[in-house]
Design a protein around this ligand. Structure first.
Ligand SMILES: Cc1ncc(COP(=O)(O)O)c(C=O)c1O
Length: 375
């Protein structure tokens, strides 16, 4: 029988405790400093490792998921990839409900981990696929015995994971934090971080970033190309908009150019949503003061975008420019204005009853106060 050496961590034990680094070149000495939390350092490569494992660990503990069970989730990206890693490690079948936006790279990653993929190509009433994907995932859960739905869109443990871990780590790692900038889709990142930051200090600003065409903060829906950001309603993981000081809507062009500029100017290869966050973080930093820090997350690894954001032919075919110019990024950031400075009054787009309408399970899991500490 194999002896278990308890001081050497297992793969899932090294989720979290990610480093924070400061950027050298994109800001001047007269401005605030940009600092980045490298969620790309998680074992499956993104910020989603945290909520995925947090939710699955609780499901195991409370008996909602047992060995040989099936995990079913609606996600074309990082959350499915994180679940696929967990499934491979702990012996679960993982079914990822995806849409036509699934990139060949993410398909390849899901297949490498052994996940099963079901494609939904019927758009919902907003033109995106979120609602049709979630409804199918919920129907499948009723049909497959021993299955479990993490339900990242409606499960409050998504933001709880970031509240308990990502945010507490960042608050301990930054010593002069003036603002934290988070992109939004399910609201896990922004909802959890906003709550923790405001509990620790009311003066640290919390800034939300959506993409034009998404309606997390209201507005007119239209197709957009920025992956990982956006939803057609304000997610329940972001229930308290009064914790958010400002929200911005950036363009696809902003997000793609900024992630290209980040790697060329700073050597940090990260994904497109990181570019979206950087654009707004730079706007805040250029208006900030020396000695202050503006934080954002590198939400996933740039290798996932070699065929898109870092491929000139793909960019040209999608009407995006191929430059990566730090001065152009700084100019754009300096001009950027908030979409709202009173999001609680101006931007709520909650759809009460949507979870029940789509058949989402009501989350019965009990949050723990677990943080990830390495041995
Ligand atoms: C790369 C990336 N950035 C940002 C986000 C947004 O995070 P959240 O869903 O916690 O709002 C996601 C969500 O899938 C993502 O995959």
């Amino acid at each position: 029988m194999q002896t278990r050496h308890t001081c050497v961590p297992e793969l899932l034990d090294v989720i979290g405790s990610t480093p924070v680094v400061r950027l050298r070149n994109l800001t001047t000495h007269n401005e605030a400093q940009l600092i980045v939390k490298l969620e790309s350092a998680n074992p499956a490569g993104s910020l989603k490792d945290r909520p995925a494992w947090y939710i699955i660990e609780q499901a195991e503990r409370t008996g909602l998921l047992a060995t040989g069970g099936t995990i079913i989730e609606s996600s074309s990206g990082n959350f499915s990839i994180a679940l696929a890693m967990i499934g491979a490690s702990h012996g679960y079948r993982v079914i990822a409900i995806v849409d036509p936006k699934l990139t060949p790279t993410n398909r390849g990653l899901l297949e490498a981990y052994g996940a099963e993929i079901i494609l939904v190509d019927e758009p919902d009433d907003s033109g995106s696929y979120h609602k049709t994907r979630i409804a199918l995932a919920n129907r499948l859960q009723h049909q497959i015995p021993g299955s479990f739905r993490p339900d990242q869109c409606f499960n409050p443990l998504n933001s709880e994971a970031h509240y308990q871990t990502t945010a507490q780590e960042l608050l301990d790692q930054a010593d002069h934090l003036a603002a934290v900038v988070c992109t939004v889709s399910t609201g896990g990142q922004l909802g959890g971080i906003a709550r923790a930051v405001k509990e620790r200090s009311r003066v640290v600003e919390v800034i939300g970033v959506d993409v034009e065409g998404s309606t997390v903060f209201g507005g007119e829906p239209r197709p957009y190309l920025t992956p990982g950001v956006g939803l057609s309603w304000t997610p329940s993981n972001l229930s308290d908009l009064s914790l958010v000081d400002e929200v911005y809507k950036i363009t696809d062009e902003d997000a793609y150019q900024a992630c290209r500029t980040l790697v060329r100017s700073e050597g940090l290869l990260a994904g497109v949503s990181t570019g979206a966050a950087l654009t707004v973080a730079l706007a805040k930093a250029t208006r900030g003061h020396p000695g202050e820090q503006v934080a954002f997350l590198a939400s996933d690894r740039g290798e996932r975008y070699l065929a898109t954001a870092f491929n000139d032919d793909w960019l040209s075919a999608h009407g995006l420019t191929t430059t990566a110019d730090p001065e152009a990024l700084r100019k754009r950031a300096q001009e950027l204005m908030p979409y709202s400075t009173r999001p609680a009054e101006e931007c709520a787009n909650h759809l009460p009853g949507l979870a029940a309408e789509l058949g989402s399970p009501s989350p019965a899991l009990v949050p723990s106060d677990r943080r990830w500490d390495r041995c």
